[in-house]
Design a protein around this ligand. Structure first.
Ligand code: GUN
Ligand code: ZN
Length: 440
């Protein structure tokens, strides 16, 4: 058996941390060891005890004094928008029409899709993100490219081709039947192959006809174990247009409800302007609201009320995500920095332990995948991020006055980015240090 022993300051979460002092919410070993074999974590604990369990001649990698955490999880991101990020001056619907749909039309070319899929997953790993839930373009080839690249790297990723059959240029439209057939073919080819998961992906109610929404519901019934991802209640003009297109519905959420798209594996991007009825319906069904702070700020969409959703009597399940290219950064550290500010504007705070829980175990729980990713528990997959809290001069200086783990995490979140990611392991293998930055 091929074993690796990682040494470092090991941190993994057990549950939601109520405060910065909530010591029972996590496990932390100042001199910790992680024993890895065949892509899985075999044992975790004090270094001396774990080293004693390791076989003769085990390869040991010493990451001290850096932190060793589970790899980050990004629950909503658009692979074909790498050349949309940083597009000036519009709100959602104009942004889609002006920049996004024309860009996504390029993915009809399979070669373009393969190049961007490679650069996309390179970038995610550079940022410490080991699992993404990704939208591909409408073209089957873009999802093929994504999954081929993801499978080659042995990453656990979730993705789907978007289904969209109206209110967009012809070059990015499918039909109810072709959307269904292409999704079926991709599910047959990729779902469950290695670590790949397929997500049924109707883009949003505006770009699908009722007929296509029916087809998406049929796919859900035929594949109840699959994830579903879409957008919900992001922007006022979007909500008004949606209401015009589905005049019978009481609200936006009822449309997805009507077509059978709610459930524990359903991920709804944005969820900013929901009524209490909508939040109740989403939480009753176990659906997940995905908070995309940098995107919500960049497109001027609004302030996601994280603490209101979490604290209500029937809490809403929440995930966090970059939403690149509406989002402005690939880093989950930068994302939580902006998330903290959005929550502050709602008059609340998010403690740094909770922020790191969210981008690891919290997001894994939102995907119903915490038995595989998001922690460093023995038996789970060895997807790991190594963080350097002294990665820049400014961080090094500020670290001189840091006195607790919570303070250090807050510094990482507030000042950190890809430079703070020293190494990443995917299924136990180094994955950041092997990327060539010249390879664009
Ligand atoms: N709503 C429908 N499509 C999109 C998209 O690509 N990005 C964002 N932010 N919202 C959307
Ligand atoms: Zn999105």
């Amino acid at each position: 058996m091929n074993q690796t022993l990682i040494r470092g300051r090991i941190l993994t979460f057990l549950r939601w941390p109520d405060s910065r002092a909530d010591r029972d919410a996590y496990r932390y070993e100042e001199d910790g060891g992680l024993l890895i074999a065949d892509g899985k974590i075999v044992a975790a604990g004090p270094y001396a005890a774990i080293a004693a369990k390791a076989g003769e001649g085990v390869e040991t990698i010493d990451h001290r004094p850096n932190l060793v955490l589970p790899g980050f999880v990004d629950c909503h991101v658009h692979m074909p928008q790498m050349q949309v990020i940083a597009s000036y001056g519009t709100e959602l619907l104009d942004w889609l029409n002006t920049y996004t749909f024309p860009e996504e039309s390029k993915f009809r070319n399979a070669q373009h899709g393969r190049r961007i899929a490679r650069l996309f997953l390179d970038e995610m790993l550079r940022q410490g993100t080991t699992t993404v839930v990704a939208y591909c373009s409408v073209h089957k080839e873009s999802a093929e490219a994504f999954f081929a690249e993801s499978h080659d790297r042995d990453m656990l990723n979730i993705a789907g081709k978007v289904m969209m059959d109206r209110n967009a240029p012809e070059a990015v439209l499918d039909t109810p039947q072709s959307g269904y057939d292409d999704s079926k073919a991709l599910i047959a080819e990729w779902h469950g192959r290695g670590r790949q998961h397929y997500a049924i992906t109707p883009r949003f109610a505006i770009t699908s006809t009722p007929e296509q929404m029916e087809m998406a519901g049929a796919l859900m019934r035929e594949h109840p174990d699959l994830h579903m991802q879409t957008h919900l209640s992001e922007n006022h003009a979007e909500i008004a247009f949606t209401q015009e297109l589905y005049p019978w519905s009481r609200d936006y959420t009822e449309i997805y409800e009507h077509y059978g798209l709610l459930g524990r594996k359903s991920l709804f991007g944005h969820c900013i302007h929901l009524s209490e009825r909508e939040v109740d319906t989403l939480s009753d069904s176990g659906s997940v609201a995905v908070f995309c702070p940098t995107s919500n700020l960049f497109l001027g969409s609004g302030l996601f009320d994280y603490q209101r959703y979490r604290r209500r009597e029937k809490p809403l399940r929440i995930a966090v995500a970059t939403d690149v290219g509406g989002g402005t950064n690939y880093s989950m550290l930068r994302t939580m920095d902006e998330g903290y500010k959005v929550i502050a504007l709602n008059g609340e705070k998010l403690n740094p332990l909770a922020a790191f829980w969210q981008i690891t175990r919290g997001n894994a729980e939102a995907l119903s995948l915490a038995d595989r990713i998001g922690t460093l528990e023995p038996g789970t997959d060895a997807d790991i991020a190594v963080l350097d809290s002294r990665a820049t001069p400014v961080m090094r200086l500020r670290m001189e006055t840091v006195e607790s783990l919570a303070e250090e995490l807050f510094l990482l979140q507030t000042l950190g980015d890809d430079r703070a990611i020293r190494e990443v392991y995917v299924a136990g293998k180094p994955a950041k240090s092997v990327i060539s930055s010249a390879d664009v």
